[in-house]
Design a protein around this ligand. Structure first.
Ligand code: SF4
Length: 361
């Protein structure tokens, strides 16, 4: 049985959140760089808040998503002593998660740290490659940033600073960023190796396509990698061809085989994200089934239209759509002995997932 707060999360992801003047003033006064959010990527462009029960939501806001946040019934307010989320049904204490202090500082080369990495909730995500060799139509990275490789030493410096941040210390690391050109596979393998060697006690995950020249799973395991995200994004073949053409060029059989091999080495720490709202629900559920059958952790991430992309005028699905999909996907996972991910509660902020104490009990 879903609780009211579970449904509020779905509603926030579907409609976003308004911010009162008092809440905005208080948030800005607490933010070191004087910004509400660094809005580095579509799915992290909102304000992450923690609600009772350890429910994290990255709530879209009109500042960065005027394309669909315009009449939300949910309001983040400041009482003078605490933040509250006021909804038509009820109001709850809310804890906005701050922007890290280093997010507005420069590194030892005089460049903004946030050009190299950024912490959301409790994970620092570094991006070795700016831009991307691919052009998925929902993604703003190849449209906002020129393709370039970043210095591995400065990426490692960013992680060190993020782990010690006074406002938002990171507890784990994701190496993400754009997809490399063929000629840069070696560069990325080298970054992986250097980062894993530099932080032996810190869980480090990689998010990447199943490119054999990049993901040497056995080597990564030996180097101490904690987990992998091999994101399918969509499962419908025709829509994959249209929306994620370079990902579609890798046959589905190869995706699933790579995911299966990953599970043999990393178990449930192999995740795969399916974007919710760009294909029919039945296609997403077929993807959940294919992943769960292989022991992979499916991650359901709501589509959030990014300004400046060909899909900017689309809207996220409704809260009712999220609810039905979540419940049906949970049933599929339970039947296969896996769980929707991610398991880390703070990292659930932009996914249809809840902490273990179970949204469906
Ligand atoms: S591969 Fe990833 S980073 Fe590159 S365009 Fe697609 S979603 Fe964006």
């Amino acid at each position: 049985m879903l609780t009211m707060l579970h449904r509020i999360k779905f509603q926030l992801l579907a409609q976003g959140m308004a911010i009162s003047a008092a809440a905005r003033t208080e948030l800005l006064s607490q933010a070191p760089g004087g910004v509400l959010t660094l809005a580095d990527y579509a799915s992290t462009s909102g304000i992450p808040i923690r609600l009772p029960g350890d429910i994290y939501v990255n709530a879209p806001i009109a500042d960065h998503n005027p394309n669909f946040v315009n009449a939300s019934p949910h309001l983040l307010d400041w009482t003078g002593e605490a933040f509250v989320l006021r909804s038509p049904q009820h109001e709850w204490p809310a804890e906005p998660i701050p922007v890290p202090a280093y997010g507005s500082r420069n590194n030892s080369a005089g460049e903004p740290y946030n050009h190299y990495g950024l912490t959301h909730t409790d994970r620092v995500r570094i991006s070795p490659i700016s831009g991307c060799a691919n052009r998925c139509t929902f993604c703003d990275l190849p449209r906002r940033y020129e393709y370039r490789l970043k210095d591995a030493g400065l990426l490692i410096e960013t992680i060190r600073v993020a782990l010690e941040d006074p406002l938002l210390p990171a507890r784990h690391v994701l190496i993400s960023g754009g997809t490399p050109k063929d000629t840069d596979f070696g560069y990325l393998r080298d970054v992986y190796e250097q980062v894993l060697a530099a932080f032996p006690g810190v869980p480090v995950d990689i998010m990447m396509l199943p490119l054999e020249g990049v993901l040497d799973l056995r080597a990564l395991r030996a180097q101490g990698l904690h987990g992998l995200s091999i994101n399918l994004e969509l499962f419908d073949d025709g829509l994959r061809r249209k929306i994620v053409p370079e990902k579609h060029a890798i046959p589905m059989k190869a995706w699933l085989s790579s995911i299966g091999k990953g599970v043999e080495l990393f178990g449930a720490e192999v995740r795969s994200m399916l974007m919710v709202g760009l294909e029919p629900m039945e296609s997403t559920l077929a993807g959940v089934q294919a992943l769960a059958e292989r022991g992979c952790t499916p991650v359901l991430s709501p589509f959030r239209p990014a300004p400046g992309t060909p899909l900017q005028d689309l809207h996220p699905p409704s809260a009712e759509f999220f609810e039905e999909l979540f419940l049906r996907a949970t049933d599929i996972c339970e039947a296969r002995g896996v769980r929707l991910g991610p398991q880390c509660a703070p990292c659930q902020h932009n996914t249809l997932t809840f902490p273990q104490q179970d949204a469906t009990a």
